[in-house]
Design a protein around this ligand. Sequence first.
Ligand SMILES: Nc1ncnc2c1ncn2[C@@H]1O[C@H](COP(=O)(O)OP(=O)(O)OP(=O)(O)O)[C@@H](O)[C@H]1O
Length: 279
Amino acid sequence: MGIVTSPAHSLARSETQSIPTILATDLRLTLGSGESGVEILKGIDLTVPQGQTLALLGPSGSGKSSLMAVLCGLERASSGTLQVAGEDFAGMSEDDLARARRGRIGVVLQAFHLLPTMTALENVATPMELAGMPGARERAEAELVAVGLGHRLSHYPAQLSGGEQQRVAIARALAPRPALVFADEPTGNLDAATGAAIVELLFARRAEAGATLLIITHDENLARQCERVVTLADGMIASDTLATDIASDTLATDIASDTLATDIASDTLAADMASDTLA
Ligand SMILES: Nc1ncnc2c1ncn2[C@@H]1O[C@H](COP(=O)(O)OP(=O)(O)OP(=O)(O)O)[C@@H](O)[C@H]1O
């Protein structure tokens, strides 16, 4: 496949990692209410400097997708404080969160949330057009070419394979060159070669923009490429380590214990993603 990455212009560590882009304290998330309420996140403290690459690991059901949804503003925390890119996410209305995300935060979820009535090109271009970005169609086309889908621009999601839909979602997230990229299992539907090429593209785009990259992954190679590995267990941070300090055996064990991934995409997230695209 013809995945194209442009030359990465890595910013120096001191330039990229001085400002926290995510500052979370005692984040809690309870879904449902009363006796049916389930505490999903149980007090997360997390500071992520601008430009850091962070892999989020943990057993199935430990709260990885929920934490990502809160950090990227798709889900509101029940309590705690959260600043993302200098904005107070904890105190914002859903409309304000949607506005704060637009163009600055790229999100790739396990369910891709492509709009079925739009072509691949329109799915990528429309959010940028709505955000008033110049050259949206050209940027969308270039990003689809970059993920190896230059020959699928006018296909609708139903005419694309799962892996192709995943790549459209990745193109949609990366095309606006956001300062933060959140990706939930971005290589989950891809064969090894395509997955490796997508990872290369993610890191290249991240380097070009000095962006922060937070990835949920079960892919050992991908986790190893990140500067930091945070492991969740039962809604809490169980470990938080710079990747270079992790003995390969430990990382391999963590990943091996995290094999029961299922796609838990709530209706709320689906609706939010769609309204993000349509708003
Ligand atoms: N809308 C919901 N209502 C109630 N519980 C929910 C809801 N969404 C998720 N959960 C529960 O929250 C917990 C954490 O789910 P989450 O999807 O964040 O885990 P995860 O670590 O990402 O799992 P996986 O690796 O399987 O994707 C699970 O026990 C799940 O059943």
